[in-house]
Write a protein that binds this ligand. Structure first.
Ligand code: GLY
Length: 422
């Protein structure tokens, strides 16, 4: 089986690695890919227009893959999967209409309301709203303000703060960029990322994970795309995953199907587990980054077989997924000044290791590995315990040098210390 993966991050590196271990997968192609992916797959560095359906169709016609796996949300929301399917390609990834579950937070709220899924109360403010209307809306929220850019912002469009002036500043910044803003009530409780394979009304969960979104230890500093993650979650009740599937993912899948927009691909439920149980913080229409780097490391079932079953509408026939015992953890090495204005072009040394997943990396003219994005690379650690997985990942990270590079030292630490309770 020849597979084309679209994307260039550590998530796509993890997907490509998973696919390459599937005995039925003979070729892995990644567009555009990155410096690390170039070492294990055929890459197309010039194919950067991943959200241009015609450009991706032209590439697919050149590669002739048996399956296309779309990694990031932007091509999905732009309708790349629809154009590829219409041309006869098998695609892992939802249609443009179904990808609205991530592309429009207002759409996601509407689906959740119709499906009876627990989520935060939200109000939308649209560009052009006057000062009095914005202040009145802020009066209805707080003392903890959750202010979201109602568009695709790579996880960086959310500000959670007790400081009303900071909340107002983010409202103004998003509106000034021409996007609507969502104000949301704050959902308390530890966060869970549950990825589910969805094929119409069939829902198969992967291992539950937890992301660490703030840039610094102890959840300090601004939100990022994610600084590290681990799986599974030792603090989740035994029936936790099943409850999320039954209370959240199946109702949403059924609601999408009943609207004539059946979901096909990966549905990412981002949840907070509060006193009343799991409540949805957000949905994403694709694998999460960095959680995927940990989750896929634990999967024994051949990945190509799994993704093809979804693309062919055969998920219900797939045998139960087989997982390794123990835990996996991933830590992100970020560039200087990430997430504000990441510096690029710094030389990276010590990253030639099988546990490294590349994200923003490239080669310079001298052939040196350099940083080329905010999240530069991930290191994955595994072990019989979370503590062992942490030790393994951090031991590799300590060998890697990137000027100004930074990473969190506390990924999974609260879980290891038994500090997370629901
Ligand atoms: N882990 C956050 C995201 O993938 O959006």
């Amino acid at each position: 089986m020849r597979i084309l993966v679209i994307g260039s991050g550590a998530r796509e590196h993890a997907i490509a690695l998973g696919l390459s271990k599937d005995p039925k997968v003979t070729e892995v192609h990644v567009a555009p890919g990155n410096a690390g992916i170039a070492g294990m797959a055929t890459v197309y560095p010039e194919a950067t227009a991943v959200s241009n359906p015609e450009a991706m169709l032209a590439l697919a016609e050149q590669v002739r893959p048996d399956l296309v796996v779309i990694g990031p949300e932007i091509p999905l929301v732009a309708g790349v999967s629809d154009v590829l399917r219409a041309a006869g390609f098998k695609v892992f990834g939802p249609s443009k209409a179904a990808a609205q579950i991530e592309g429009s937070k207002a759409f996601a709220k509407d689906i959740m309301q119709a499906a009876g899924v627990r989520t935060a109360h939200a109000e939308q403010i649209t560009p052009g709203a006057d000062d009095a209307a914005i202040e009145a809306a802020l009066d209805r929220f707080g003392p903890r303000f959750v202010v979201k850019d109602d568009g695709l912002a790579g996880g960086k469009g959310v500000v959670v703060t007790n400081d009303r002036a900071e909340a107002r500043a983010h409202v103004d910044a998003v509106l000034a960029a021409g996007n609507p803003v969502l104000l949301e009530s704050f959902l308390d409780g530890p966060e869970v990322s549950l990825f589910c394979l969805v094929d119409g009304e069939t829902v198969v969960p992967l291992l539950p994970a937890q992301d660490h979104k703030r840039v610094r230890d102890n959840d300090e500093g601004p939100n990022t795309g994610g600084m590290g993650a681990y799986c599974p979650l030792p603090w989740l009740p035994e029936d936790g995953v099943q409850r999320i599937v039954d209370e959240v993912c199946i109702p949403v899948a059924k609601e999408m199907a009943s609207r004539g927009n059946p979901y096909s691909g990966l549905l990412y439920a981002g949840l907070a587990w509060g006193e009343q149980g799991p409540a949805v913080v957000e949905f994403n229409c694709r694998f999460g980054d960095p959680e995927t780097q940990a989750v896929l490391d634990m999967l024994n079932t051949p990945l190509g077989e799994v993704l093809l079953a979804v693309a062919e509408g055969r998920l219900a026939e797939l045998p139960a997924l087989d997982w390794k015992p123990g835990y996996a953890l991933t830590v992100v090495l970020a560039a200087a000044n990430y997430p504000e204005t990441p510096r690029t072009g710094d030389v990276i040394t010590g990253a030639d290791h099988p546990q490294v997943r590349h994200a923003g990396t490239a080669f310079n003219e001298a052939g040196e590995l350099i940083s080329a994005g905010g999240r530069v690379l991930n290191v994955v650690g595994t072990g019989a315990t979370l503590e062992q997985a942490r030790e393994q990942a951090y031991a590799v990270l300590e060998q890697i040098h990137l000027d100004g590079g930074h990473y969190r030292s506390d990924i999974a630490l609260p879980a290891v210390r038994g500090e997370i309770h629901i």
